[in-house]
Write a protein that binds this ligand. Structure first.
Ligand SMILES: Cc1cc2nc3c(=O)[nH]c(=O)nc-3n(C[C@H](O)[C@H](O)[C@H](O)COP(=O)(O)OP(=O)(O)OC[C@H]3O[C@@H](n4cnc5c(N)ncnc54)[C@H](O)[C@@H]3O)c2cc1C
Length: 389
């Protein structure tokens, strides 16, 4: 089995200064109180329109974000590509309501899809469906509730915009992933994604759905998608993640008096995630995989399933991916071993990226093991470099 913890490989492209910045950052966000304070301050700053760029940009932003524009992401993208790690440019935008603002986001997303076709270092494009219509519309459609005429227009525009982005992905010759978000919106998103897969995934997987494996209905949904791919002669594309909104989903379910859509334990989620990978590799002629995780066991499991099936490390329709600024040990060691690896590279203005940054800080504080692992590796590498001087 390959060693995913070679720190020299993991941090090869990072300067000493960057490592020290990361070390400081992870030392801070390991304290839950600090992260709660950060969440509170960022909400306040957003509400009161306080200028916070000066504090966020040189710290969290610099570590987790590529820049404000696609062009500003190029240096980070090129540095990673030298080590065979590719980038998925992820435009961050706060939820907007006005059609004119949604249209502006749509234009940026289109530009992002077009860019995926221009650069070898960008293997996929991606978008958040909630950026293309309102939350109310997605929720109502998901629960079969009647729409007002304005909402119906917004929904029709949403489907049209998703279709246009998928058509642009075909032109770019690179697949496009549709992120998964809150449970409330997901049925509407799944339905549109399926429609797009039926339209565009005849020869290969152009459109990728996202399955959040913390949901206890997703293994059944995967089996349904495989059955659909056989019946309608399409290739399904799937991005697997565990899911980012567990606490919110549980709280909502309790408040709304419906059963939680999330597995009761972390082990259930882990087992479902790995089982989904196993089933997908077993059906690799029908399912193309993008495995988004920082969980080392899941990456090792995927590698084992590929080996057992006799697939080469660089089997073109299997990717593994981590977020920019996290788990470089997995990304760079897997890439060195020849696997297809990408980093999600977010870009956007500070105020738009702020909720994403708070989520990353929360995630790194809540999953104590994750921060500790990052910190241990950063410290080891700093020590190793010092010993060379
Ligand atoms: C490339 C990439 C793309 C992503 N895209 C999306 C996306 O489109 N939508 C989205 O929602 N998220 C997305 N995420 C985030 C992802 O869902 C996870 O929040 C994050 O990656 C942490 O999970 P993990 O697999 O890395 O690792 P781990 O640290 O092993 O797992 C943590 C996760 O396990 C689950 N979990 C933890 N405790 C429990 C429990 N008690 N019971 C049940 N489950 C539990 C939760 O999902 C938690 O986030 C993405 C992540 C990556 C790397």
């Amino acid at each position: 089995m390959i060693d995913l913890n070679n720190i020299e490989v993991a941090f090869k492209i990072k300067s000493d200064k960057e490592l020290k910045n990361a070390n400081f950052l992870f030392s801070m966000i390991k304290f839950p109180l600090m992260v709660r304070f950060l969440g509170f301050m960022s909400n306040l700053a957003l509400k009161m329109r306080l200028p916070i760029d000066w504090i966020v940009k040189p710290t969290l932003y610099r570590h987790f974000v590529g820049g404000e524009t696609i062009e500003e992401c190029f240096p980070a993208m090129k540095r990673m590509f030298v080590e065979n790690v590719k980038s998925v440019l992820d435009f961050s935008i706060e939820a907007v309501k006005k059609e004119s603002e949604i249209d502006k986001t749509f234009q940026e997303l289109k530009w992002s899809v077009i860019n995926s076709g221009k650069h070898e270092a960008i293997p996929f494009s991606v978008f958040k469906p909630t950026a293309l219509t309102t939350h109310d519309v997605l929720k109502k459609v998901s629960f079969d509730m009647p729409l007002t005429s304005t909402e119906q227009i917004s929904y029709n525009n949403f489907v049209q915009r998703v279709d246009t982005l998928c058509a642009e992905a075909v032109k770019a010759g690179k697949p496009i992933m549709i992120d998964a978000e809150d449970y409330w919106f997901q049925k509407a998103i799944d339905d549109v994604t399926e429609e797009m897969m039926l339209k565009y995934n005849k020869e290969t997987a152009v459109v990728y759905a996202t399955l959040q494996m913390y949901r206890h209905d997703r293994l059944d949904y995967l089996r349904y998608l495989i059955e659909l791919s056989k019946r309608r002669q399409i290739i399904v594309g799937i991005k697997y993640v565990r899911g980012a909104y567990m606490e919110k989903e549980r709280a909502r379910a309790a408040e709304g008096g419906y059963p939680s859509p999330i597995y009761p334990t972390k082990k259930d989620t882990d087992d479902a995630f790995n089982e989904a990978l196993r089933i997908s590799v077993e059906n690799c002629d029908r399912v193309h995989v993008f495995c988004g995780t920082h969980n080392e066991e899941s990456i090792l499991a995927l590698m084992k399933y590929m080996k057992d099936k006799g697939l080469p490390n660089d089997y073109p329709s299997i990717y593994m991916a981590q977020l920019y600024g996290m788990s470089d040990n997995l990304s760079f060691n897997a890439a060195k071993a020849g696997y297809n690896v990408a980093k999600y590279l977010p870009y956007g203005k500070v105020k738009n990226v702020l909720p994403y940054l708070v989520r990353r800080a929360e995630e790194n504080s809540a999953i104590a093991g994750q921060t500790t692992r990052e910190l241990i590796m950063l410290k080891q590498e700093l020590k190793r470099r010092k010993s060379l001087n």
